[in-house]
Design a protein around this ligand. Structure first.
Ligand SMILES: [Zn+2]
Length: 222
């Protein structure tokens, strides 16, 4: 099974977990037609879409999935989406609350081909620990150093309470790494307040498995 990143950041988020016959879409922040293209128009293999929260860069195109009859899991958006439909097997999805300025959800996704994959973005920190993770997709939005150089105090405070700092991301990986870990992908890097090269190198120093940065077009085997 592969992970494909179609967007990661304030311009729109969308990730595909897919093989020949199955696909789970994570986040609906880019137009559905781009998802179709990435799947060679084989959209019948989409078993569902999971959405973390209502902000446009994560949920702007959710209505296109609803219109297409695709099962949706967006627990933080029940008031927007109405009744939830379960994301069907073979993916099993569990949710946990994150720390953002609107209700926001992380996902623990399991599939026989990939094991346990954790997805968490748009959160100051993750208050839980997870055992035996095989893949981690985690926000690494900004560094404190670059943030203090780039924005006035009020905006800095807002970002600090809603997005994950590099050091917090490192601590999370340190606390949740295991022998089973096969990949880490850093999500939602800010254009102005992140340093991709340093983030990747320093996190690579913590673990043996590959560390990826979720740039648009990134694709790797899980
Ligand atoms: Zn958000």
């Amino acid at each position: 099974m592969k992970l494909t990143c179609l967007g990661s950041g304030s311009a729109g988020n969308c990730y595909l977990l897919h093989n020949e016959t199955e696909c789970l879409v994570i986040e609906a922040g880019i137009p559905f037609k781009e998802v179709k293209k990435a799947l060679d128009f084989n959209i019948s293999k989409i078993t569902g879409v999971v959405v973390s929260h209502e902000h446009g860069d994560h949920a702007k195109y959710l209505h296109e999935y609803i219109k297409g009859g695709i099962p949706i899991m967006a627990p933080s958006m029940e008031r927007v989406t109405g009744a939830l439909s379960a994301v069907s097997k073979p993916f099993s999805v569990r949710t946990f609350p994150l720390v953002h300025d609107v209700p926001c959800t992380g996902f623990l996704i399991e599939h026989s081909e990939i094991g346990r994959l954790l997805f968490a973005t748009d959160t100051e920190y993750v208050r839980y620990r997870f055992k035996n993770l095989n893949h981690i997709l985690i926000e690494c939005n900004y560094s404190q150093d670059l943030l203090s150089k780039s924005y006035h105090d009020g905006l800095q405070e807002r970002i600090k309470l809603t997005h994950m700092e590099f050091g917090t991301c490192k601590d999370f990986i340190q606390a949740n790494k295991s022998q089973e870990l096969k990949s880490v992908c850093l999500l939602h890097l800010s254009d102005r307040t992140s340093d991709e090269k340093i983030f990747q190198e320093e996190i690579q120093d913590l673990i043996e498995c590959p560390v990826y940065v979720a740039n648009r077009g990134l694709e790797y085997e899980l």
